[in-house]
Design a protein around this ligand. Structure first.
Ligand code: NAD
Length: 289
C-alpha cells in the first residue's frame, strides 16, 4: 500500500483522460489539469465517454455503476497551482514536445508541494531529458501507459540515475493499485521494453513486404500460426495506424528512408491509414480481411 491518495494528471487528451479516469475508477481523488476551461469542458465529455466505455466493455463487471461513481472523484482546474495543491503524485501527459514539457516541469516544480512525485508518460523522450527542469530529480521518473489503459494495462516504470529507489518502488506499487501490471525497467532505455521489442519487429515485417519476399497476409499467417500469437505485425500496424510507424521510420536515419517512402506511397498516399480509415494492409469495409 502506498501513501498516495491525491493524483493530478496534466493534459486531458487521449492518454491523460484515460490515466485520470482509471485512477479515479481505482478510488483515488483526481485533479485533471489542462490549458483552458474550454479544453476542460471537452475533458468532462471524454470522462463521461470513458465511463460509458467501461460499462460497455464490462470492465470489472460494472453492475453497481462504479464507472459513473468515478466521475465524482475528478475535479477540473486550468490553474496549475490549484490543480496540484494536494497532489501526492502528478502524472504528466501533455504533447510530446521537448520544450513544452521542459517549460511545464519548470513551472510545476515551483508550485507543487515538496512531497509531490512527478511522473511523465512520454513515449519517446527519456526522463533524463526532463529531470533537470523538475527541481526534484530524485522524485521524478517515467510511468508509461499503453493506449486503452483499461484493456492494455501495462505500466512501464523507468527512473533516471537520480531517481530515489524508494520513489521508484512506490510508483511500481501505485501502478498496481490502479489496476496496471507494473513493468519495472532498471536502466533508462529509449522505447522502454515494449517499443524496444515492437518497433524492430514491425519494421522487419515491412521490409519483408516491401522487398516482395511474401504477401502481407502470409507474413501475418506465419507469425500467428507458428508462434501462437493472436495478431501478426501488419494487423498490429493497422490497429496502431500507419502514420505512427511512418513517422518513426522517417526519423530513424537514411537507411530507414526507403521503407518510410514505401509505406507512404503504397498505403498512406492511398488513404490506407489503418483500421480507423477502413483500409490499411487489410480492407475492413466488407469482409474484415
Ligand atoms: P493529446 O494531444 O491527445 O493530449 C495532450 C493534452 O495536453 C491536450 O488535452 C492538450 O490540451 C494538453 N496540453 C497542451 N499543452 C499543455 C500544457 N502546457 N499543460 C497541460 N496540458 C497541456 O496527446 P496524447 O496522445 O494523450 O499524448 C500525451 C503524452 O502521452 C505524450 O507524451 C505521448 O507520447 C504519451 N503517450 C501517448 C500514447 C498514445 O497512444 N496516444 C501512448 C503512450 C504515451
Amino acid at each position: 500500500m502506498t501513501d498516495i491518495t491525491h493524483v493530478t494528471v496534466l493534459g486531458t487528451g487521449v492518454l491523460g483522460s484515460q490515466i485520470a479516469f482509471q485512477t479515479a475508477y481505482s478510488g483515488f481523488a483526481v485533479a485533471a489539469y489542462d490549458i483552458s476551461d474550454e479544453v476542460l469542458e471537452k475533458a468532462r465529455q471524454r470522462f463521461a465517454g470513458l465511463a460509458d466505455t467501461y460499462r460497455v466493455d464490462g470492465v470489472a463487471g460494472d453492475a453497481e455503476g462504479k464507472a459513473v461513481a468515478a466521475l465524482d472523484r475528478v475535479r477540473y482546474s486550468a490553474d496549475l497551482a490549484d490543480a496540484v495543491k494536494d497532489a501526492d503524485l502528478v502524472i504528466e501527459a501533455i504533447p510530446e514536445i521537448l520544450s513544452l514539457k521542459q517549460e511545464t516541469y519548470e513551472k510545476l516544480g515551483k508550485v507543487a508541494p515538496e512531497k509531490t512525485i512527478f511522473a511523465t508518460n512520454s513515449s519517446t523522450l527519456l526522463p533524463s531529458d526532463l529531470k533537470d527542469f523538475t527541481g526534484r530529480p530524485e522524485k521524478f521518473l517515467a510511468l508509461h501507459f499503453a493506449n486503452q489503459v483499461w484493456k492494455y494495462n501495462t505500466a512501464e516504470v523507468m527512473g533516471t540515475a537520480d531517481t530515489d529507489p524508494a520513489v521508484f518502488d512506490e510508483i511500481v506499487a501505485f501502478a498496481g493499485e490502479i489496476g496496471m501490471v507494473p513493468i519495472p525497467i532498471h536502466k533508462e532505455k529509449a522505447g522502454y521494453v515494449l517499443n524496444s521489442l515492437l518497433v524492430p519487429f514491425l519494421n522487419a515485417s515491412y521490409a519483408l513486404a516491401a522487398g516482395g519476399y511474401a504477401e502481407p497476409k502470409d507474413i501475418d499467417n506465419v507469425w500467428r500460426i507458428a508462434t501462437g500469437a493472436p495478431l501478426g505485425p501488419l494487423q498490429i500496424t493497422d490497429i496502431i495506424g500507419l502514420t505512427t510507424p511512418y513517422n518513426i521510420l522517417s526519423n530513424a536515419g537514411p537507411e530507414a528512408k526507403p521503407l518510410a517512402e514505401w509505406l507512404k506511397a503504397t498505403y498512406i498516399d492511398q488513404g490506407k491509414l489503418g483500421i480507423a480509415t477502413g483500409h490499411g494492409f487489410y480492407d475492413y469495409t466488407n469482409t474484415g480481411e
